[in-house]
Design a protein around this ligand. Structure first.
Ligand SMILES: [Zn+2]
Length: 331
């Protein structure tokens, strides 16, 4: 197999060159929006570093024991550090545990690899602790960090890593790549590329998880139903979706994506819409309510997403969002 990282071939090439020239750095930082493919690239690099039978220098075979275990994030010399789902925080204890592991020689592979996911979620203490490892890295250790942007990490962390900035692809380019490399039909590939706003990792995630794709479709369809509903029906709906912060977040994000489309369409912008399946309804709604109302709905959702992380009552928060939406006759 090749690296198979859609749209980030330049990054794979650079990492391959480091291996071939025996100039592998101690730490790399992959930045970019969630779903762009940061973790996939980091894991592919971890495979290439330790592959037992590389078909050509710098390429992982994808099938040896180490490649397979690394792909499943279960390899003995691979450490994964990420925040707990409920806290969204990487704590200093996790970094200390990692440091202990990294002080040991590799068990079965050439390198010990540590993958630190979404490191912008690390506390200041955790970032400071990691700095020590970055300053004096143990032998045979490679650290791979991912983050949304360098600005959200300590500059001292960033300066000690080789930074690879991953960007979304042009939507047409991603649609084409999905057809060519993943044999996804033309219509489906376009739909996924738009929904993912050009982020290959997210597009593939949706393709591999049809139930999530279906759920997103459902939440978007319900927006148009809710617009025709009374206050009372909206309250009932809020009660249904506002069960927990974790369950509510993806709903709000799906709505935000849809309302951004309405705002774009109302602005008359040529920008392509994310939710292609609802294009006619989006354009119709945009024409009826206009840009400033659409903008207000976008702002309401953005604010709700920020408040979701604070101590607010999430049912009230959802009710407020829904009551701000205009009442429409059937669209
Ligand atoms: Zn291999």
């Amino acid at each position: 197999m090749t690296w198979n990282v859609l749209g980030h071939e330049w990054a794979a090439q650079l990492l391959k060159q480091h291996m071939i020239r025996k100039a592998v750095r101690h730490a790399y930082l992959f930045t970019g929006p969630e779903g762009v493919g940061r973790r996939t690239l980091a894991l592919r690099f971890a495979q290439a570093l330790n592959c037992l039978y590389p078909p050509v220098p710098g390429d992982p075979c994808g099938t040896c024991q180490i490649c397979q275990q690394t792909g499943r994030m279960e390899m003995a010399d691979l450490s994964i550090v990420q925040s707990e789902p409920d806290s969204h925080t990487i704590k200093i204890e996790q970094v200390r545990d990692l440091q202990h592991t990294l002080s040991l020689a590799p068990y079965q592979a050439r390198y010990r690899v540590a993958v630190l996911l979404r490191f912008e979620e690390a506390t200041a203490a955790a970032q400071n602790a990691l700095l020590k490892t970055l300053e004096e890295p143990p032998q045979k250790v490679v650290l791979l960090l991912t983050a949304d942007a360098t600005e959200n990490l300590f500059p001292t962390i960033v300066s000690r890593c080789e930074v690879l900035r991953l960007r979304p692809l042009a939507i047409e380019q991603l649609a084409e790549a999905l057809q060519t490399y993943w044999e996804i039909s033309n219509d489906e590939a376009r739909k996924l590329a738009h929904l993912a706003n050009g982020r290959p990792g997210y597009a593939l995630f949706l393709h591999q998880n049809p139930q999530i794709l279906h759920q997103l479709h459902q939440w978007s369809a319900e927006v148009f139903e809710l617009l025709t509903e009374s206050r009372r029906a909206r309250f009932a709906y809020a009660e249904k979706v506002a069960k927990s912060r974790e369950e509510l977040r993806p709903v709000l994000l799906a709505w935000l994506s849809l309302w951004r489309d309405v705002m774009l369409a109302a602005g008359g912008a040529d920008a392509s819409l994310s939710n292609l399946e609802f294009e006619s309804q989006i354009r119709c709604l945009a024409e009826t309510i206009g840009w400033s109302k659409a903008r207000a709905c976008v702002a309401g959702l953005e604010q709700a997403l920020v408040q979701l992380d604070s101590n607010v009552n999430i049912r009230l928060l959802t009710e407020n969002v829904l009551l701000d939406w205009p009442r429409q006759s059937a669209i």
